[in-house]
Every structure is written in structure tokens, then in C-alpha cells.
Ligand binder design. Structure first.
Ligand code: NAG
Ligand code: NAG
Ligand code: NAG
Ligand code: NAG
Ligand code: NAG
Ligand code: NAG
Ligand code: NAG
Ligand code: NAG
Ligand code: NAG
Length: 640
């Protein structure tokens, strides 16, 4: 009677699909050392107002014809009159505009406050800041972090003025709040006393405030956001774009030489994403980031094509190619070379090594394809490989007829079903034809025409069924790993206060306790941290693949075996038996990611919607493991 009830129960409630998968002991291929990585460009305030730890918004009033200089982020204190001035002797040619703070009707303490990137997080740790002043003043400056919510002053520093009418003088300060502020609605204010002012006003520029940074790098990165990246155990970083490297229109191409050296000499640039970017994260900051996280740099270079569709003629392309060679010399040249010695003078005598260079970004779009095929790619490819034969030069697209057998870069933004239907996409690629999968993300829900409605709003955050579908696609890619350089989700970051594109891997605002790791972040973390170093052929009791999609192989130690799977669209739980023919393992660890709701998302302040179940599986016999996976799950089994 009991067993009858059990059978009825099984039939009614669980409807198990079963599959036996056999992993053959040999015959596979070594996989790419990179596999999972990161893609970064300053989109969604990913850089300025995000990963770049600078807390002052609009610190140097930089602008362009696209985004004119302005006073965003600034408020007067005690009736001061704030205005933007282009003085005849600016701080630098990179920073032509500055802030003039003039006496209003009130005498006494006046000044300005900066409201940060939609708030400033104040915690009991050290803050290091600086600002430049010009004018006739011999009193003190008072620099304070203050709460708007409570009115409390959280930390103050007195800075003795060393000003002059003719020259800009840098003033440095440190702040150490004794407690955490109640929220991030805080300002940094700088005030002075009109009784010590000989003139009517003072001019300020490059107003800066940094909290502690990752690895204590000066001009460094925001700790909680780097921690979120470091947990992924990523292996490469593609930078500095993305559309952003292309530039909106001439003459705003990405000039690497304007992103290095002292901050006061860094030019700003109109980003592709609705704001002026400071280049605070410049070429050296990117390389430090790679060093700190053990990431292989995939350096994207500008290739003569703007998003506006403007293209550099073949006859005029040479200076831009030389600029790329200069950049490579800056990174890799000895201190005896022109650009290597510049690098050394900035404190980096040891050359870096660049193994991958990508020529442009998505040159199949915005009127770039014809000239890319006709001359642009070849010109860059020839020049780079002549000087650096070991560098893998990458096309910014796939499917281009290319005599050079360069590597390519496949980008895909689609629906959940769209990714699942591309499980076998890379099977057709020849083995010696390697591609990066530089941008992968589910951006639109399944729909009857199974297409993305470009131009209509995308979901704000990755959602579970989409993240499972990405896993299906990434597993298909891992099966082809010798042909694949690696994969990265894009975009990586979104500041929820100001953004141009959703969904993203990580969402954040000024409050580090709000940083939200998406459902896709969890999936990539699981796949990335369990690396298959050598994949193995498999067979199964069911002919085709789906609703379970898998890959198997050996880990970094040959005696360790891994099985990775995603279940998508099963009619119920799947009973899976995996036989590792080469293994004598008696137990294994199974990690299963699942979610109650296929549409659930992680978002700032919301609950964690991804359930992570880790269990130990005892082998039925040596190397044979049986377990159950629910519909819409992603799993990794590793033998012990
Ligand atoms: C002042 O300089 C900014 C660049 O910071 C520029 O965009 C603006 O046109 C200049 N304004 C005037 C009046 O020259
Ligand atoms: C800070 O508080 C002020 C006053 O309540 C409000 O107008 C402003 O939007 C808040 N700013 C942030 C970043 O929360
Ligand atoms: C950076 O290099 C480019 C190309 O060589 C050049 O046009 C530009 O003026 C340089 N920028 C500065 C600030 O020297
Ligand atoms: C790589 O293989 C794909 C699929 O066969 C093909 O479309 C593409 O042109 C090849 N790329 C190169 C650079 O050979
Ligand atoms: C998943 O199932 C739905 C219907 O339940 C179907 O429309 C869709 O095509 C299936 N997707 C895949 C990739 O099997
Ligand atoms: C290994 O590479 C060979 C040669 O391209 C290919 O036929 C085979 O399918 C690959 N095996 C696996 C398990 O990826
Ligand atoms: C499995 O998930 C797919 C996709 O959401 C759904 O169409 C299907 O109904 C699910 N199956 C079960 C048994 O819940
Ligand atoms: C999930 O969202 C899709 C599309 O937005 C909708 O069709 C579907 O009914 C939702 N599923 C659930 C379980 O809420
Ligand atoms: C994960 O574990 C929880 C609690 O132990 C359990 O309720 C849930 O069914 C498990 N989910 C999966 C997918 O195994």
C-alpha cells in the first residue's frame, strides 16, 4: 500500500525524466586558460560614479561640445554665488573651466558643497582629499563631511591656505569620521572666511575625495565592487570598450595618451553613454587592475570608426595605427624606448605583457563593415603582427572572411530561448579559428516571435530563466573551449541612479550595502570557479541534448573530474546518472543553483532569489554518480 502511494505520488507530482551520461576516459582537448572574464567600459556610471573610487562628482568641471561643462553636483553654502569660469590661466589645458565662489550678501563663512555621485558613503575610515585654489586668501579652509539627513558634521579638517592670485595651489586634507553616517545622503563642503579674503572671490578646481581603495592603490577602485568581481575568479579583462572606445563622433576617438599621468593633465572625453568621462580610470589603472586580480588584458584599440558612422580614409589611417604601436610600446617597451621611458617616468619601469589586442568594437554596426573588411582591419593586423608576432589580434566581429586567421569576437544579446537555441553555435567553428565571446546577456523575455524588441525597455535586472539560458549557451561554449578564448557578460555594472543600459551583472549605488549580485553573477561564479582544464567526449542514453545541457572533463588535476549541466524546459525533475569511465572516485560534491520563480531577479535591497544547494553524493559504484536536478537549474558535480 505504501509503495503504491509512493508510485502514485511520483506520477502526480514529479514526473521524472531520466538520463544516463557516460564520460569517456580520453579523447578530449585542452581548454582555453581564460574561459570566463570581464568586460569593462564606462557605461551606466560603471567608471565615474562607480568602480572608480572618486567620491566627488564633476570634480574638474570638464566638458565637451557634446556635454558642456556645468556645475552639476555643487550647491552654495551660506549664500555664496557659484559660477563656472574659463579663466585666462586655467589649472591646465585639460581643465579649462573652474568654479568661482564669490561673496553673496552674507559675510562670514561661505563656500560650496558637493553631493557626490547621488550620495557619499561615510564610514569610520580614512579619507584622503585635495583641491586646487587660486585667489588672495590667507585664512583657513574648513573641509567637512556632513549629513543632509541629520545635519550632523561627521568629520572636519582645517587646511591653512597657501593661495596666490596668479597661481593654482594644491591643498591636501585627510578626514576620519568617528562613526558611520545614517545613510549616504551626505556632502563634502569646503568653506572659507570672507574676513580673510582680500578680493571678492576664490577659484577652485580638481576637488577630490577618496575612501580606502582596493589594494590601497592611489587613484584606485571601489573596494566592494572589486570584491564582487574578484569572487568570480575571472581570467581576463577586455577594456576600455565596447562602444565607448569608438567615440560618438569626431574628434572624440579614444586617446590612450590622454588617460595617463597626473590627474590634472588628463583630458576628459564625451562617453558613448550620456556623460563626460574623466579618464580617472586610465590605461595604467586598467593594468593595475589586471595585475591585482590576475586578469589577462584584452586591449581594445581605436580603429578609425566612430559611432556616428564617420570613418578614416585609407590614406589617412597611418597616424592612428602608429598611435596604437606607440600604446603597445608604452605598455611593453623597455625603458630605453620613447614610450617605455614615459611609462617608467610615471613609476612603472617594469614592462607589462599584452597578448591580445582587439581592433575596434562591433565594426559590423554603424556603417563600419565595408571599410573594416576593405582595409582597416588588415592595416592594423599587419602593423601589429609585424612588430609583435606573438600577439593574438582579434576582429571585433565573427563571420568575416579573413585570410589572416585572426581571432574574432562574438557578441550576443537575446532572449532565454534565443540562447538555448544557440547551444551548438560554436560546433561549426573550425578548431583553429578562435573566438572571444566578449558580450553575452539575456536582455528580453521569451515572446512568440522569439526576438528582441530593440528600443523598448529591457528588464532592469537579470532574471532566473535568462541566467539559466546563459548557462546553457556557456556550456555549449565550454564544449568547444579549445576554439573559444573566453566569455564575458556585458555590461558589468549599472549605477541605479543614472544609466543607459540594463540588465547588468552587478547593480549598485553610493551605499555599498546595496550592491546587488545578479542571478547571472551567481551562474557565472559557479561555472568560472569550477574550471574544466581538459574536456572529454560524452555519450548519453537519450539521443539528443536538452532539456539537460552538459559538458564534462578533467580539472586542473587530471584525477579530478567535473560535470556541468543546466536544465531548461524539462517537464519535471531530471534524474541524472553520470559515469566517469576514467575515475575511481567514491564521492563527489554537487552544487545546484535554482530559484522558486523563473522571473525572479536580485536587486538592491531585495532578497536573494538564487538558492545554492551543496550536497555530497556517494558513488553508486566507482566513478558513477546519480542525483536529481530540478527544472531551471544550473549544477556542477566535482569528484573528490
Ligand atoms: C569653457 O570651457 C569648456 C570646456 O571645459 C568649453 O566647453 C566651453 O565652451 C568654454 N566656454 C567658453 C565661454 O569659452
Ligand atoms: C538628500 O536629501 C534631500 C533632502 O531631503 C533630498 O532632496 C535629496 O534627494 C537626497 N539625496 C539623496 C542622494 O538621497
Ligand atoms: C595624444 O595622441 C594623439 C595622437 O597621437 C594626439 O593627437 C594628441 O594630441 C595627444 N594628446 C596630447 C594631450 O598630447
Ligand atoms: C571561423 O569560423 C566561422 C564558422 O565556420 C566562420 O564564419 C568564420 O569566418 C571563421 N573566422 C575566421 C577568422 O576564420
Ligand atoms: C520552452 O517551452 C516553451 C513552451 O513551454 C516553448 O515555447 C519554447 O520554445 C521552449 N524553449 C526551448 C528552448 O525549448
Ligand atoms: C576535440 O577536438 C577535436 C578536433 O577538432 C574535435 O573533433 C572533438 O570534438 C573535440 N573533443 C571535445 C570533447 O571537445
Ligand atoms: C520548466 O520551465 C519552463 C520554462 O520556464 C516552463 O515552460 C515549464 O513549464 C517548466 N516545467 C515545469 C514542470 O514546471
Ligand atoms: C514570466 O514572465 C514572462 C514574460 O514576461 C511571462 O510570460 C510569464 O508568465 C512569467 N512567468 C511567471 C511564472 O510569472
Ligand atoms: C535546496 O535545499 C532546500 C533546503 O534544504 C530544499 O528545500 C530545496 O528543495 C533544495 N533545492 C534543490 C534544488 O535541491
Amino acid at each position: 500500500m505504501q509503495s503504491l502511494l509512493l508510485i502514485v505520488g511520483v506520477l502526480l507530482f514529479s514526473c521524472v525524466d531520466a538520463i544516463n551520461i557516460y564520460v569517456l576516459p580520453e579523447g578530449g582537448n585542452d581548454t582555453s586558460p581564460l574561459q570566463y572574464g570581464l568586460m569593462f567600459e564606462d557605461i551606466n556610471h560603471a567608471g565615474d560614479g562607480g568602480l572608480y573610487a572618486e567620491l566627488i562628482r564633476n570634480r574638474a568641471f570638464q566638458g565637451s561640445t557634446v556635454y558642456p561643462a556645468n556645475l552639476d553636483g555643487y550647491e552654495p553654502v551660506n549664500g555664496a554665488v557659484l559660477s563656472l569660469k574659463n579663466l585666462s590661466n586655467p589649472l591646465s589645458s585639460s581643465m579649462p573651466s573652474s568654479l568661482n565662489v564669490a561673496k553673496g550678501v552674507q559675510n562670514g563663512i561661505i563656500g560650496f558643497a558637493n553631493t557626490g555621485w547621488w550620495g557619499i558613503e561615510v564610514k569610520p575610515h580614512n579619507y584622503a582629499g585635495s583641491f586646487y585654489v587660486k585667489g588672495d586668501y590667507d585664512g583657513d579652509f574648513s573641509v567637512s563631511l556632513q549629513s543632509i539627513t541629520t545635519g550632523d558634521v561627521l568629520a572636519t579638517a582645517r587646511v591653512k591656505a597657501r593661495c596666490g592670485v596668479h597661481d593654482w595651489t594644491e591643498h591636501r586634507y585627510n578626514l576620519r569620521p568617528t562613526r558611520q553616517a545614517s545613510d549616504t545622503n551626505n556632502t563634502l563642503s569646503i568653506t572659507f572666511d570672507t574676513k580673510d579674503l582680500k578680493d571678492e572671490s576664490l577659484d577652485f578646481n580638481l576637488i577630490s575625495l577618496f575612501p580606502p581603495t582596493w589594494n590601497n592603490r592611489p587613484n584606485g577602485l571601489r573596494i566592494d565592487l572589486v570584491e564582487a568581481l574578484s569572487e568570480l575568479d575571472a581570467k581576463f579583462l577586455r577594456f576600455p570598450g565596447g562602444s565607448d572606445i569608438e567615440g560618438l563622433l569626431s574628434p572624440y576617438w579614444y586617446k590612450w595618451n590622454e588617460t595617463v599621468g597626473p590627474l590634472k593633465d588628463r583630458m576628459s572625453r564625451p562617453s558613448a553613454w550620456g556623460y563626460e568621462e574623466s579618464n580617472g580610470i586610465g590605461l595604467i589603472e586598467y593594468m593595475n587592475w589586471c595585475d591585482d586580480l590576475g586578469l589577462e588584458p584584452i586591449l581594445a584599440v581605436w580603429d578609425g570608426h566612430y559611432l556616428s558612422g564617420e570613418v578614416i580614409n585609407e590614406a589617412d589611417l597611418q597616424p592612428y595605427i602608429e598611435d596604437t604601436l606607440n600604446q603597445l610600446e608604452f605598455l611593453m617597451g623597455s625603458v630605453e624606448t620613447t614610450y617605455g621611458s614615459w611609462r617608467a617616468s610615471l613609476g612603472y619601469p617594469k614592462p607589462w605583457k599584452i597578448n591580445y589586442v582587439e581592433i575596434g568594437n562591433e565594426d559590423n554596426l554603424y556603417g563600419g563593415l565595408d571599410t573594416y573588411i576593405a582595409y582597416r582591419f588588415k592595416a592594423y593586423f599587419d602593423a601589429i603582427t609585424a612588430k609583435y608576432p606573438d600577439i593574438t589580434v582579434m576582429e571585433s566581429l565573427t563571420g568575416m572572411p579573413s585570410p589572416q586567421r585572426a581571432a574574432s569576437d562574438y557578441h550576443q544579446y537575446t532572449t532565454p530561448d534565443g540562447f538555448v537555441s544557440q547551444f551548438s553555435y560554436f560546433d561549426q567553428f573550425p578548431i583553429d579559428n578562435r573566438t572571444l565571446n566578449g558580450e553575452v546577456a539575456t536582455v528580453y523575455p521569451n515572446n512568440p516571435s522569439n526576438s528582441v524588441a530593440w528600443g523598448s525597455p529591457f528588464p532592469l535586472y537579470p532574471w532566473w530563466i535568462g541566467s539559466v539560458a546563459e548557462a546553457v549557451f556557456l556550456i555549449g561554449e565550454e564544449r568547444n573551449s579549445p576554439k573559444i578564448i573566453g566569455a564575458s557578460y556585458a555590461p558589468t555594472f549599472r549605477n541605479i541612479n543614472s544609466w543607459a543600459w540594463s540588465p547588468t551583472l552587478i547593480a549598485f549605488d553610493a551605499d555599498s550595502s546595496h550592491t546587488s549580485l545578479s542571478t547571472s553573477w551567481h551562474v557565472i561564479k559557479l561555472l568560472s570557479r569550477n574550471r574544466i582544464a581538459h574536456n572529454l567526449p560524452t555519450t548519453s542514453s537519450e539521443g539528443g541534448i536538452g532539456p539537460i545541457y552538459w559538458v564534462a572533463g578533467q580539472g586542473d588535476k587530471p584525477e579530478s573530474y567535473l560535470f556541468k549541466a543546466a536544465v531548461y524546459n524539462s517537464t519535471g525533475d531530471m534524474s541524472v546518472a553520470v559515469t566517469f569511465s576514467g575515475s575511481r572516485a567514491k564521492s563527489a560534491t554537487l552544487t545546484v543553483l535554482s530559484s522558486q520563480d523563473p522571473n525572479a531577479s536580485n536587486y538592491p535591497g531585495g532578497p536573494e532569489v538564487v538558492q545554492t544547494n551543496v550536497s555530497s553524493v556517494v558513488a553508486k559504484s566507482e566513478g558513477v554518480f546519480q542525483f536529481t536536478l530540478p527544472n531551471l537549474s544550473v549544477a556542477v558535480l566535482t569528484t573528490e
